[in-house]
Design a protein around this ligand. Structure first.
Ligand code: FES
Length: 121
């Protein structure tokens, strides 16, 4: 478990937070409920914090190519092979934090080339 404090909204409905290891996350405040996702779109790393919430806050739209993600599950409505990382929000010592887990190793060049050959990128 790796916890990242969400901080205060200060009137914002979307902002980013950063883990000590450098990973960035997007925080969305919808009807008083915090939702945390990876900051970068899994399609091509678009800045999701600049995206739009639709369907009464259930759908997040990436600002670059308009892929739509379920804000609660991370499912991509356009291409199922893209899954957005979503992270639970917990309270620790009176502060809201995202449980962002441990970092995963980035795929090697060979793994990326194989994925590309399979049409998965
Ligand atoms: S970078 Fe988000 S849809 Fe392409």
């Amino acid at each position: 478990m790796s916890l990242v404090p969400l901080g205060a909204s200060d009137g914002r409905t979307a902002w980013t937070v950063e883990a000590p290891d450098g990973r960035a996350f997007a925080v969305f405040l919808v009807d008083g409920e915090h939702h945390v996702t990876d900051a970068a779109c899994p399609h091509n790393k678009g800045p999701l914090v600049e995206g739009w919430l639709r369907d009464e806050g259930r759908t997040l739209v990436c600002p670059w190519h308009w892929f739509r993600y379920d804000l609660r599950t991370g499912d991509c409505h356009n291409l199922p092979r893209y899954r957005l990382g979503v992270h639970p929000v917990v309270e620790r010592d009176g502060a809201l934090c995202a449980d962002v887990g441990e970092p995963t190793a980035a795929p090697s060049l060979a793994e990326r080339l194989r994925a590309h050959a399979r049409g998965e990128d």
